[in-house]
Write a protein that binds this ligand. Structure first.
Ligand code: ZN
Length: 460
């Protein structure tokens, strides 16, 4: 009897051992059984292997969401430009050339591209369309090499020297003495300038969603850092408002300028003017970099600006004060100075007759552009006075009375006092009036290609 009991117990023990062994072997096969045994998986195991959990309504922790979200974001597309592909998250240096130019005597221009990892629009930065305007070249270099492809949304295309032939000769113009910035968007079978404009516009600018074209004053004139924009176009006004704390000057932009052509093609475009030609000016460059940095952040290209600050821009309309007499100019004001009616702007001295003539302001405003000290002739634009206004006022077309050339300060007198300055000689012209009387009308009257257009007083 007892024997039987022990035999039964022994048998039970074998069975229990066998069952235990079986269970152990089942647990050792994770692939086939893990999903079938969700209750057995501890919480810590769940967090390690969430993807194999069979629980349908898993609530992800914040940390897990942060890990998974980037995988769900759409990626930036590869950028197709100038026959090349720039992959997302990479930078590249491409080359642009007029296909039909002499490849053995003209070098192609370099085009810097940074394509971000996150999707977004494309911004174009262009400089030295006028070959003697050096500040923009350095601004583009600094901005482009500051950008990090893995932190960028969208793409930025930077062309440091558009007019390479002018740059090599330290000249504003192309070799045929034409101003490239009067020929955009150009024509395929037009003049040399028109063909270059066409190639540049349709191969590069046409790929952009925004354009910032960088210039300096021209022809011995210097500009206070400023944005020029056609504020009556809402998309342009929006872009101009995203460039940090900088003077914004209402200007429609002359026909044939890259800015005007881009805006007409539906690409919001502004000109950034800073400093003087034939110079590399530290402060002018820094202001330019700061302004573009603010734009990059406001437009969502970068999460961080090169410059932190959010002061509102200041809007201006403007008029030019011209020299009524010829002579050597010695300025009495500096860029950015505030002036009132009657403020002495500069003196013109005649080296032959020893006559000295004053140029006084006829306006209350701020000096946003001015001639460098130089020999001037009657009618030369000497001081560009910005008249503060709201963005809305600046965008309005000028009053009819302003359309005509103003001549407000002609109390000119002969100097009979041994060279003492006794005369006031200045005249003012509304800047927007210049736009409409010089560039566009001339160009609309005949083919752009055949005209040597009047040079601008300070502009893009
Ligand atoms: Zn220029």
């Amino acid at each position: 009897m007892l024997d039987k009991y022990f035999k039964a117990l022994k048998l039970y023990g074998y069975c229990a051992t066998a069952l235990l062994l079986t269970l152990t072997s089942v647990q050792a096969q994770p692939d086939s059984t893990a999903q079938a045994l969700p209750d057995v998986v501890s919480q810590s195991e769940q967090s390690l292997v969430p993807e194999t959990s069979a629980v349908d309504d898993v609530v992800l922790s914040e940390q897990e969401q942060a890990i998974q979200e980037p995988l769900q974001e759409p990626l930036q597309e590869p950028l197709q430009l100038l026959g090349e592909t720039v992959e997302p998250g990479t930078s590249s240096i491409l080359t642009w050339d007029l296909e039909s130019s002499f490849s053995d005597i003209t070098a192609p221009s370099s085009v810097l591209v940074v394509n971000g990892t996150k999707p977004g629009p494309t911004l174009c930065l262009t400089a030295a369309i006028h070959g003697d305007e050096l500040n923009g070249i350095e601004i583009v270099r600094r901005v482009m090499y500051e950008l990090k492809a893995d932190k960028l949304s969208g793409a930025v295309i930077g062309v440091p020297i558009v007019n390479l032939e002018g740059f090599k000769r330290a000249s504003r113009y192309l070799p045929d003495r034409r101003d490239l910035n009067r020929y955009f968007p150009g024509r395929l079978r037009g003049s040399y300038a028109s063909r270059i404009a066409y190639s540049f516009f349709y191969q590069i600018v046409d790929k952009c969603n925004y354009l910032i074209d960088i210039h300096t004053g021209s022809l011995e004139r210097t500009n206070f850092p400023q944005i020029r924009a056609n504020l009556s176009d809402p998309s342009v006004a929006d872009l101009a408002g995203k460039m940090g704390s900088i003077v914004v000057l209402q200007s429609r932009g002359g026909s044939g300028t890259l800015r005007r052509a881009a805006t007409d093609a539906g690409i919001p475009a502004v000109t950034l003017e800073t400093g003087a030609p034939n110079n590399l000016q530290k402060k002018a460059v820094e202001e330019g970099v700061k302004t573009i940095g603010a734009a990059l952040r406001s437009l969502g290209f970068t999460s961080k600006s090169f410059w932190q600050g959010s002061k509102e821009p200041v809007y201006y309309r403007s008029r030019w004060v011209r020299a009524k007499q010829g002579g050597i100019l010695f300025s009495k004001v500096a860029l950015g100075d505030s002036v009132k009616e009657g403020t002495l702007l500069g003196l013109l001295s005649n080296p032959i007759t020893n006559k000295t003539t004053e140029i006084r302001s006829t306006l209350e405003g701020r000096v946003i552009g001015m001639a460098l000290n130089q020999i001037m002739y009657p009618g030369f634009a000497a001081y560009h006075i910005g008249l503060k206004s709201s963005a809305v006022e600046a965008a309005q077309p000028p009053e009819p009375a302003d359309e005509v050339e103003l001549d407000l300060a002609q109390t000119e007198k002969l100097d009979e006092n041994g060279g003492q300055p006794t005369a006031v000689a200045a005249e003012t012209v509304l800047a927007s009036e210049q736009d409409t009387t010089t560039k566009p009308q001339v160009q609309e009257a005949t083919t752009i290609e055949e005209m040597e257009l009047p040079t601008a007083d300070s502009s893009d």
